[in-house]
Design a protein around this ligand. Sequence first.
Ligand SMILES: *[C@@H]1O[C@H](CO)[C@@H](O)[C@H](O)[C@H]1NC(C)=O
Ligand SMILES: *[C@@H]1O[C@H](CO)[C@@H](O)[C@H](O)[C@H]1NC(C)=O
Ligand SMILES: *[C@@H]1O[C@H](CO)[C@@H](O)[C@H](O)[C@H]1NC(C)=O
Ligand SMILES: *[C@@H]1O[C@H](CO)[C@@H](O)[C@H](O)[C@H]1NC(C)=O
Length: 565
Amino acid sequence: RTMDIICYLLVIVLLNIQAYETYSQCLSGCSCVEDRHGRSLICMEENAFGAIPDNLPDDMTKIRIEKSHFTEISRGAFSNTPALENLWLNFNDITVINSKALEGLGNLTELRLQGNKLRSVPWTAFEDAPALKILDLKHNQLDVLPEHALKFLPGLTYLDLSFNRLTVISKEVFINWPLYQKLQSTEERDATAFGPNVVLALHDNAWLCDCRLKGFVEFIRSLRPPIILMNSYLTCSGPDFKAGKFFHEVELQACVKPIVTTPFSNLSLPQGANITLRCLAKARPDPAVWWTYGLKIIRGFHVLTKSERVGEDTIRSLLVIPFLHAADRGIYTCTAVNFIGNYSVSILLDVQSPEGSQSSLLPGNPAPPPAASSENVYIDIRIAKQTVRGIIIEWYAALDRPAETWFTIHFGDVGTDKKEMVYIGPGIHSYSVSDLMPATKYEICVTLKNQIPRPGQCIVFVTGSDITEMEQREKLIHIVVIVLAMVLAVPIGMFACTTDTKFACLEGIMESWKNRQRERSSPRVERERQGTFDSLQATSDEGLVNKDSSEDRKVRRRENMKLTL
Ligand SMILES: *[C@@H]1O[C@H](CO)[C@@H](O)[C@H](O)[C@H]1NC(C)=O
Ligand SMILES: *[C@@H]1O[C@H](CO)[C@@H](O)[C@H](O)[C@H]1NC(C)=O
Ligand SMILES: *[C@@H]1O[C@H](CO)[C@@H](O)[C@H](O)[C@H]1NC(C)=O
Ligand SMILES: *[C@@H]1O[C@H](CO)[C@@H](O)[C@H](O)[C@H]1NC(C)=O
């Protein structure tokens, strides 16, 4: 009887040991299951791991870790589990897969990565998993599929790329796929003997049906069993006029570089007229189209540019110039660019002044004696503020018609003749220069309309030698004004700083300028006007100024994108 009890206890102890062993070989937060296919590790608990655990039991043939929100599959993450055949890592936050992540997984046949945040996949990683049959990348953020993507996936029978962000892929992706190559070389009648079907899921991507997708669309239409599409109704999501169309409805043509034409290339109009310059850009895919006037950037003008689609491959761009001035004459260029090339046409615009005489405001011709008194006005220019890598200048000019008078900024390295020129629209009285190089001598001039700079309209300054990054955050580049010759309106001596005098001098200048500014009677109007323009304002600080210009750029880029879409 006691033997019975001892036996009974022994059994319990043994059972416990066994249970303990089983438990110890599984991970907490997971369950381990064993069936005739082998052992499975299943971890479905929300946030069970912040990373793939490195103590995975080594005899697993199936691992399923979901909703753990780890972000990376690092190098050799599963090299301890060489028997692994099915790996499910759905609904995590994986953004990065190391190119050696599948090291040691020679028996892996199924990899599921649905619902992660992958923007790209290191396709060469599949070289380590030659047995892979099922690859599920559904509901990720893939936007490109490189041409070699399928090169190391010769045995796939199921590839799911649906619900990603693919826009344009080349058919070479599939031409380079060993499985497709094998199929192409197989005789028609042998196709049925090829083996299992191969299922591709490519639907619900952002397919951009322009000429770049031509090869792929043709490939899709040519697919025959054993390759089959899970959903054969692939739809275009762009360009706008093709959105929602099925692949089998669209006819795509080969890409071509832009050709730009203009109805009038030589125009002559009276002063004060309103004019719209036009150009037509034909290209595939859609080009970005813009206007330039000489090498100058037009800013803050009452100039409008508009682009409109007039045909599947044709965009019309308009440049509106109201109230022609003599100074508006010149060569206007319309340029169109797509990834194949660019093309420009020029329009020569002549403006007849009312008296019938040619205006002499073009650079090179000195202005005539003050017929219009504002042409000869003095411009009071100063550095209003230093920013981390730049300056903001302000100027003041007593103008007869401030609402119509515009300025040109001439800016550049004193050592070179090449000056950047920026047009500034009426009512704007400040301009910021950024990205100054250290230890460089610059000159910046403000002129009325497009007059050439005269000595009194320029500031020459030198930037300090470079400073460490740490300092940069707190300090400003030391800018030393070496020539700042104001004309008449202010006592010359006050502005004659040399390289030896530093901030004290500059501050003195600014102080006196401010005082003068306060005494002025008119500036209030000017200030208010200033506020109505989108351009740089004297009161804006570094952050705002930068934001302005980057915002500018963003807008421009957005326009370009709109055009290329
Ligand atoms: C891989 O699979 C083969 C065939 O099923 C098997 O013989 C081999 O042991 C497996 N390799 C590992 C590391 O489990
Ligand atoms: C433009 O037209 C004017 C006359 O209208 C002519 O004198 C001038 O040579 C033309 N210029 C070009 C480049 O064709
Ligand atoms: C130019 O356009 C403005 C309004 O946009 C209009 O007031 C003006 O009369 C036009 N001038 C000419 C010469 O057509
Ligand atoms: C236009 O194409 C020429 C070469 O054909 C190239 O040198 C130039 O940089 C291109 N311009 C733009 C704006 O892409």
